[in-house]
Design a binder for this molecule. Structure first.
Ligand code: OAD
Length: 251
C-alpha cells in the first residue's frame, strides 16, 4: 500500500453502504490543504499579534470595526487564492454514493466551489456581507471605500455574514444539522478539533443516537477517544481513499 494511501476499515465501509443517512461535519482542517490556515494555526504576518478568538466577536467589532473589517479583508484575500482540494472534491463525489448531509464550520465556501450541494453553513459564509443593524444580507456600494463600508439601506456599518463567538448559530442551519445528526447511520467528523460548541456537540449527539462515528484528522481531536473509527490522516488523502474503496465495493 502506498505511503500516502489510507486503509479504510471494512466496518466503516459496510456501515456507509448500508446507511440511509450519512452526515459529515467538516472543520478548518479540510481547507488546510487548500492553503487556508486552520483557526488555531498561528496567524500569519501582520495578524500574528492578534488572537482570532478576540477578533471574531461582536465586542471587537463594536470596539474597533475597522480592525475587524481589515482582518476579514485579509482572510477574504487569502481565501480568494484558495482552490478546493481533493478532500473537498471527494466529499462532493460522496454525495453520489451515499444519502449525505454536509455540515461545515468553515466559512470559506470551498465545499460549494468543489460541487457539494446543500451545504449547511453552520458558521455562515465569509463572502457575504450583512448590515450590522438590520441583520440582512447586503451588498455595499463598490464606491464606498470606508472600512467597514456602510449599509446601502441605512448606512450602519456592514459586517461579514459569519457567526462570531457568543452569537447564535443561524436557526435553519442549526435545525438542519441537528436533524441530520439525529438521523445519521454514519457520522464523519473531518478536520475539526471538536472544541467549539455547538458544532462539536454534534459528534456526541451522533454517538448517543447510535450512529457509527468516524474521525479523519492527523491529530486526535477532543472527540477522538469516543469515535468508533479514527483515521489518522489528512482529509485530502483519506477522503479520496474512502470514495475509491466505496466504489471498488460497488457502492
Ligand atoms: P481548528 O483549527 O480548531 O482545528 C482544525 C483541526 O484540523 C485540527 O484538529 C487539526 O489537527 C486538523 N487538521 C489539520 N490539517 C488537517 C488535514 N489536512 N486534514 C484533516 N484535518 C486536519 O478548526 P475547527 O475545528 O474548524 O468558529 O474550529 C472550529 C471553529 O473554531 C471554527 O469554525 C471557528 C473557530 O472559532 C467560528 O468562527 C465561530
Amino acid at each position: 500500500m502506498a505511503d500516502d494511501e489510507v486503509s479504510i476499515p471494512d466496518a466503516l465501509l459496510e456501515a456507509l453502504r448500508a446507511a440511509r443517512q450519512v452526515t459529515v461535519l467538516t472543520g478548518a482542517g479540510v481547507s488546510a490543504e487548500s492553503g487556508v490556515p486552520t483557526f488555531r494555526d498561528a496567524q500569519q504576518g501582520l495578524w500574528a499579534r492578534y488572537d482570532p478568538q478576540q477578533l471574531a466577536t461582536p465586542e471587537a467589532f463594536e470596539a474597533d470595526p475597522t480592525l475587524v473589517w481589515q482582518w476579514y479583508r485579509w482572510r477574504r484575500e487569502l481565501i480568494a487564492r484558495a482552490e478546493p482540494n481533493p478532500g473537498h472534491r471527494a466529499l462532493a463525489d460522496l454525495e453520489s454514493l451515499c444519502p449525505l448531509t454536509l455540515v461545515t464550520q468553515n466559512v470559506d465556501g470551498l465545499h460549494r466551489d468543489a460541487g457539494s450541494a446543500g451545504v449547511v453553513e453552520f458558521h455562515g459564509n465569509i463572502h457575504r456581507d450583512r448590515c450590522s443593524r438590520e441583520d440582512v444580507i447586503v451588498e455595499p456600494s463598490p464606491d464606498d471605500d470606508r472600512e467597514p463600508p456602510g449599509c446601502p439601506r441605512c448606512d450602519a456599518p456592514v459586517r461579514p455574514d459569519v457567526v462570531w463567538f457568543g452569537e447564535a448559530i443561524p436557526g435553519d442551519a442549526l435545525r438542519t444539522a441537528l436533524e441530520a445528526t439525529e438521523r445519521a447511520d454514519v457520522f464523519l467528523a473531518v478536520g475539526t478539533s471538536a472544541t467549539v460548541h455547538p458544532a462539536a456537540g454534534l459528534i456526541d449527539r451522533a454517538l448517543d443516537a447510535g450512529a457509527v462515528v468516524a474521525e479523519i484528522n492527523p491529530e486526535a481531536s477532543a472527540a477522538g477517544s469516543r469515535v468508533h473509527h479514527a483515521l489518522a490522516a489528512g482529509a485530502g488523502t483519506a477522503l479520496p481513499a474512502l470514495v475509491r474503496a466505496l466504489r471498488q465495493g460497488g457502492c
